[in-house]
Design a protein around this ligand. Structure first.
Ligand code: GLU
Length: 310
């Protein structure tokens, strides 16, 4: 079966070098195998996400020659238009007795940082009776969590190796719907990867700890899970993770300093695909791409890259 990968950007700012590193590896992996790619816009959070960032991201990827075969401009591949699919999955979970309303306020912020999920093993709302919950719902609109079992989910990441997590103690009942009706990343990503027929997920290592709960959702929803490959993060010389706020490494600054081939050469060198950062095209890299050469550990970018006078 042909491999199908995906780009799953959250349009909350301009793409930066770290995002690009993951996207490039996702693209190379699929293109090396002659597979296809879908671009899905993860704009679940109406406050943080703006269509303009999505259009800019597509233009930046095109500038680099990183093409996709489905999705992109098509409204059906924007998560903000896919709520009916998440609602159906929510109903399926509810029918299995796996959801419950939560009246805690911290959950409001759940979509702001999917990478920074905090363990909440014992949400007090899990113990509310239906009557108590109905009573509370008169005062405030609840959000919803899924009730996870005491079960260890194990899988082998193609780059990071074996990984296991006990859902109840290491993850806890996690949010799937916000009180304002917005769907949570964890539910949407599973529904979409299955619906779009994605067979290979390549993404940053910061999402490794989200994978067991996603695998469990695939299981309880009766959906087929993809293969996972979690790639290293890019770090600034002082050890912090590159983020969208590092405007010095966003695509705007990078495009002023480099040609597409120069930028790909830099990234290919970091990804272990060539001995130097000499310019290269995306196609040439795809032909000789080799996962065995990609480092597992996070990569500290050269200080010169962060220096605008470089
Ligand atoms: N949209 C997420 C992000 O930009 C990525 C989700 C995923 O790859 O599963 O961080």
């Amino acid at each position: 079966m042909a491999v199908k990968g995906r780009f799953a950007p959250s349009p909350s700012g301009r793409m930066h070098l770290g995002n690009l590193f993951s996207f490039l590896l996702a693209w190379l992996s699929v293109r090396h195998e002659g597979g296809s790619l879908v671009l899905r816009v993860e704009d679940l959070d109406p406050v943080r996400c703006q269509p303009a960032h999505a259009w800019q991201l597509m233009e930046d990827l095109e500038w680099l020659g990183l093409t996709w075969d489905e999705g992109g401009e098509s409204p059906a591949s924007w998560q903000s238009n896919r709520g009916h699919l998440y609602a159906a999955a929510f109903e399926a979970l509810t029918a299995q007795g796996l959801t419950y309303p939560c009246f805690c306020s911290r959950i409001q912020r759940l979509n702001e940082a999917p990478h920074l999920h905090q363990v909440s093993p014992s949400c007090p709302c899990a113990a509310l009776t239906a009557e108590e919950a109905a009573q509370r719902a008169l005062e405030r609109q609840p959000s919803f969590r899924v009730r996870v079992p005491h079960e260890t989910i194990s899988f082998t990441d193609a780059l990071q190796g074996p990984y296991a997590q006990d859902l109840a103690t290491q993850c806890g009942d996690f949010p799937i719907k916000r009180s304002d009706g917005a769907w949570a990343y964890q539910l949407a990503v599973v529904v979409d990867d299955a619906d779009m027929g994605v067979t290979q997920v390549v993404r940053g290592r910061d999402l490794l700890s989200s994978t067991p709960r996603q695998l469990w959702l695939f299981q309880v929803l009766g959906l087929k899970a993809p293969e996972y490959i979690h790639v290293p993060l890019l770090l600034a010389p002082d050890g912090r993770r590159l983020a969208k706020r590092d405007a010095d490494l966003d695509m705007g600054a990078l495009r002023r300093r480099y040609t597409p081939q120069e930028l790909l050469g830099l990234l290919a060198h970091m990804a272990g695909q060539q001995d130097s950062d000499c310019p290269v095209t995306a196609e040439a890299l795809a032909q000789r791409f080799d996962w065995a050469k990609v480092p597992r550990e996070d990569i500290t970018v050269d200080a010169a890259l962060l220096d605008p006078t470089y």
